[in-house]
Design a protein around this ligand. Sequence first.
Ligand SMILES: O=C(O)CCC(=O)C(=O)O
Length: 275
Amino acid sequence: MTMLTADQIDHYRNKGYISSVSALTSNEAKEIRNEIEKIEKNWPGALEGINRNYVHLISPLLNKICLNKNILDAVESIIGKNILICGTTLFIKEKKEKGFVSFHQDAKYIGLEPHNWVTVWLAVTDTNEKNGCMRMLPGSHKENLKFHEEKFDKNNLLTRGQTIKDVSLDKTDPIILKAGEISLHHPLIVHGSGLNNSDDRRIGFVIQSYIGTNVNQVIGKMYVQKARGEDKHNYHEYSEIPLTLMGKKEIISQNKANKELSKIFYNGSNKKGKF
Ligand SMILES: O=C(O)CCC(=O)C(=O)O
């Protein structure tokens, strides 16, 4: 893999996403799954609630994935060569569980301006229609921000259960990925995902998002890391690079970042969700 092809870039510009970009081998994806499951087993609760965010700050392996050359080449094709990592999230759907993600636009509550940023969704497990893959409404990134109803549904994996109503499923494209592949999506694209009806968990490690160094945070504060290029803007504070899995310093750094992230997620809301 090198940079995206002209056709892939056109697809992104026209539809707002690209799917099935090879990034990691299936063995590398398995190593990530093992890392996640090791944390879940040895530190119960450590990846739950707000702590499913900024997970690259507690795991050197997850941090290394954010710097993967194939991923960064694809990202550079979209946002240019000066790239920061400003967050990661685990989207895990347990088998036969009721978790879903309502249709929404990422840019709605996150405060990253201008929209020179892109989200990378890395399939840690195979992801398909049976296990609740993401679905994108193609072309919707060309529209403005839409009204989101804040439902706070307990099975919704989004912070406020924010929902764009009346999105017709048959107009959406499923993002079917093999473990190790990535999709990339635009801040304004309408997307969501349904239930996991399979016999295994569905795991997405989402770099949410890669931002150009020219992108500021207009609501609160986010901790970033340099991925590539030069940061002449210096808008953001830099996080520590993790050296030890779930080390004391690493947990402090994740907590500090998530405290600020929670303020952004729930800015202007008098209610808080689980995440
Ligand atoms: O993992 C999912 O099903 C949804 C993830 C999502 O909404 C996102 O990455 O922006």
